[in-house]
Ligand binder design. Structure first.
Ligand code: SF4
Ligand code: SF4
Length: 401
């Protein structure tokens, strides 16, 4: 997902004032149109038990109802995501409806399923912004990590997107096998005329958590990448904006996840569940409200899920008596759930958490065999107990059993 700073900067460019909006409105609607995707990224944030079955997806009319209700609740920005949103043949209809409703619209895509005609149709429908993701800076690594021969196509589509006058926004999810390509990634971004580049270090949810020992970079890799990004940022000031998102495992304090639970973000899954963040399905013992059964007004304001971790009354120690609790709100609820078994615990990224050792252990494992190895060795990497698991139905089945 795009960072909050990147989102807000685009909102300002779109003429939507930051101050006009209360922080308690669902400003950002993420419409996960489908889990179907031709790629198989091993860091995909989709749930492990995702289903590419299209039969339970919201219909065009249902999505229009969701967009209308979210706009009434205060949403100003919509992201069409997935899976791969281009799989939906009604995407142009949804984009034009978003335009009519007054949204600033973003398409978050791998570009697979796109061609020149489709980009032109999306432009005509009123799409404001396209973010194209790459898996690496060259054909070999990109196509290996996407499990799809898509690099040349992505480059061609990025050029066409630029030619049609869209802001050129590129996204690279960084991990131990592509982070050492950072200079090449930045050069590629320059060649493609990128206006914004999101260098988003992998966050360890969904498939990424299962593959964490393969993906988490070493501290040395991270420091090197960060210093190169700083140099580029200086050199390209006014030309290209770079957002480098550090993996929170290497921080001593967590981020306020999604700007705070139920404060800003509203995600709707392909089958119509409403979530305060993309990963919230890991939280047990809650009823996930469906837009098929409830209004978005009730979901946002009154549903038990959206109220469960709002504010700080739910906190346990050490967060409850912590002077920093207003700043980070105890971090990510999903990460607390996945790493400690209790979503109300402090995010174990925090070095005050009694579970912080779980993060330190993962970091320690990541220092071994860092990214000074060639791509071919990476691809044949058999050092780990479990092979790299690409996001596909076969691996999903194996992980569930
Ligand atoms: S992360 Fe990769 S596999 Fe997952 S939805 Fe995006 S492009 Fe598809
Ligand atoms: S103890 Fe809790 S509130 Fe305090 S810094 Fe850590 S995560 Fe944040």
């Amino acid at each position: 997902m795009m960072s909050v700073s990147l989102l807000l900067s685009h909102r300002v460019k779109a003429g939507l004032s930051v101050t006009e909006a209360s922080p308690n409105l669902p400003l950002w609607l993420l419409a996960e149109l489908t889990y179907a995707c031709p790629l198989q990224c091993a860091y995909c944030s989709n749930p492990i038990d995702y289903s590419t079955s299209r039969q339970h997806e919201l219909s065009t009319e249902e999505w229009i109802r969701v967009m209308t209700q979210a706009r009434e609740q205060g949403a100003v920005q919509i992201g069409f995501s997935g899976g791969e949103p281009l799989v939906r043949q009604d995407l142009e209809i949804l984009v034009s409806e978003a335009k009519r409703l007054g949204y600033y619209s973003n398409l978050i895509t791998s570009a697979v399923g796109m061609d020149n005609k489709r980009i032109a149709r999306l432009k005509e429908a009123g799409l404001d912004h396209i973010q194209v993701s790459f898996q690496g800076a060259d054909r070999e690594l990109n196509d290996y990590y996407a499990a799809n021969k898509s690099f040349d196509h992505k480059v061609a589509m990025a050029k066409e997107i630029k030619r049609l006058g869209f802001p050129m926004v590129l996204n690279f999810v960084l991990h131990r096998h592509n982070i050492d390509q950072i200079e090449d990634i930045l050069e590629l971004s320059l060649t493609l005329g990128a206006d914004y580049v999101e260098l988003a270090n992998c966050q360890y949810y969904g498939w990424a958590l299962k593959n964490r020992d393969h993906l988490l970079p070493s501290r040395a890799q991270l420091c090197r990448a960060e210093s190169i990004v700083k140099r580029f940022r200086k050199e390209q000031a006014g030309n290209m904006e770079l957002y480098f998102i550090v993996p929170d495992y290497y921080e001593s304090r967590p981020k306020a996840c999604c700007n705070g639970w139920g404060t800003t973000f509203l995600t709707i899954t392909p089958d119509g569940l409403a979530l305060p963040c993309q990963g919230a399905r890991v939280i047990p013992d809650v009823d996930f409200p469906s837009v098929r059964e409830h209004s978005l007004q009730w979901i946002w304001q009154d549903s038990p899920l959206f109220n469960r971790f709002r504010g700080n009354a739910w906190m346990k120690e050490p967060c409850r008596s912590c002077p920093e609790k207003e700043k980070d709100l105890g971090g990510c609820r999903c990460q607390a759930m996945m790493l400690t078994g209790d979503a109300a615990n402090a995010d174990p990224v925090c070095d005050l958490s009694p579970h912080h050792h779980r993060v330190l252990e993962a970091i320690e494992r990541a220092q071994i065999g860092n990214g000074d190895i060639a791509n071919s060795q990476i691809i044949n990497n058999k050092n780990k107990e479990q092979p790299l698991l690409f996001r596909n139905p076969k691996n999903a089945k194996q992980l569930k059993s």
